[in-house]
Design a protein around this ligand. Structure first.
Ligand SMILES: NC(=O)c1ccc[n+]([C@@H]2O[C@H](COP(=O)([O-])OP(=O)(O)OC[C@H]3O[C@@H](n4cnc5c(N)ncnc54)[C@H](OP(=O)(O)O)[C@@H]3O)[C@@H](O)[C@H]2O)c1
Length: 348
């Protein structure tokens, strides 16, 4: 039996490497929405077991467990953590407003946790979660699956190989025409809705990853009747002559594309850029190469692989998606929200 399986305490769960024969993680899932479904499939595709699901509603928990063949279900989210030794990791797939409390509950129970984006609603909450995880020595990672995608890794590889010269400019858009119903999370202020936190997090993380930490930002936004941001256009300076220009929207249906450019050319990451299947390398307007990654683009499995690797190695943070990167993202999301005038109920 491995240290993780033995459930012998917070420090052990956080720091001891798993043994080779224990690679099959037992996942607990908090949330019963669309993304929770996808993670059930991804965890199983990588040999994991989905051991339990937690919901805020007993009937929803039971229905989800029945549909997906999950042995344990709980009608109150944190009841899933009552026997922490029965899960190896929890995936937080609840609405944005819950991520902070759900992540803290996992950490307090000594259970490694993968937290959906946005990591939390603001920097203060994110710092609290990061500090708790670091103090307890419990693994914690934002589920920013884009950073593990083959296309994103290929962009980094080509930049490092000098295919476009030094990256100087990122342009990106992430717009979907979301359901206007305020009972659903997209426009609901009390659920942490709004385009910036939900989809703007992708171009922001994309630009930060390729150009470095932002230094300055300007944003213009159009707000929905509910008070959350419907569309935001952003310009950022990343230092060293590097700029990004990106937008996000819950009312405009964009191509969800990204381009990174340098003096020698540009790399276009075809939509959806956060899990792309194709890259185009251009010099001027001439296409130099099309790189097809079709078949790899669906992948929540790549972030599952990272969780498995980190827990096997006894890591408490992912080197590829460290907590510091989530904190940077939240810091700038706070600033962009301030500029466009969006607040959440806990800030009133
Ligand atoms: N990584 C990605 O690509 C990706 C994609 C989409 C979303 N996300 C993130 O994942 C989180 C969840 O998003 P989601 O798309 O899964 O949201 P969703 O489908 O709206 O589900 C969110 C929550 O709504 C409740 N719910 C689900 N079906 C319901 C129904 N028929 N009636 C009433 N309530 C219902 C569930 O609450 P209970 O927990 O109480 O059962 C569920 O956890 C968000 O933080 C989002 O930002 C990530």
């Amino acid at each position: 039996m491995s240290a993780v399986r033995s459930g012998s305490g917070v420090g052990v769960r956080g720091t001891a490497p798993m043994e080779e024969d224990d690679m099959s993680l037992r996942w607990g899932i908090l949330g019963t929405g669309g993304i929770a479904r996808k993670m059930v499939a991804a965890a199983r595709a990588r040999g994991g077991e989905v051991a339990a699901v937690g919901s805020g509603d007993p009937a929803r928990a039971a229905a989800f467990a029945e549909e997906h063949g999950i042995a344990r279900h709980h009608g109150r989210h944190h009841d899933l953590l009552a026997r922490p030794e029965d899960v190896d990791v929890v995936y937080v797939a609840t609405t944005n407003d819950r991520h902070h409390a759900d992540a803290l509950a996992c950490i307090e129970a000594g259970v490694p946790v993968l937290v959906e984006k946005p990591f939390t609603l603001d920097l203060e909450q994110a710092e609290e979660v990061a500090a708790a995880a670091r103090t307890a020595g419990v693994f914690c990672m934002e589920a920013m699956w884009m950073r593990f995608q083959p296309a994103f890794l290929e962009v980094e590889r080509r930049i490092a190989a000098g295919h476009i010269g030094e990256p100087l400019l990122v342009q990106a858009d992430f717009g979907i025409a979301a359901t206007p119903d305020t009972d659903r999370r997209w426009f609901a202020r009390e659920l942490g809705g709004g385009a910036l936190l939900d989809v703007g997090v992708y171009p922001l993380t994309f630009a930060t990853g390729l150009l470095g930490t932002p230094e300055r930002a300007f944003a213009l936004g159009e707000l929905a009747d509910s008070g959350v941001d419907a569309t935001v256009a952003v310009a950022m300076r990343h230092g060293g002559g590097r700029l990004s220009s990106w937008s996000c929207s819950f009312v405009a249906d964009t191509g969800v594309e990204a381009t990174v450019s340098g003096a020698e050319g540009s790399l276009r990451v075809h939509g959806p850029f956060h899990h792309a299947g194709r890259l185009t390398l251009r010099q001027g307007s001439t296409v130099v190469e099309e790189h097809d990654l079709q078949g790899t683009e669906a992948g929540f499995e790549y972030e599952v692989d990272e969780v498995v690797r980190c827990l096997e190695d006894g890591r408490t943070e992912s080197p590829r998606m460290p907590l510091a990167l989530s904190l940077t993202t939240l810091r700038w999301l706070d600033e962009l929200r301030r500029q466009v005038g969006v607040t959440y109920p806990h800030e009133d």
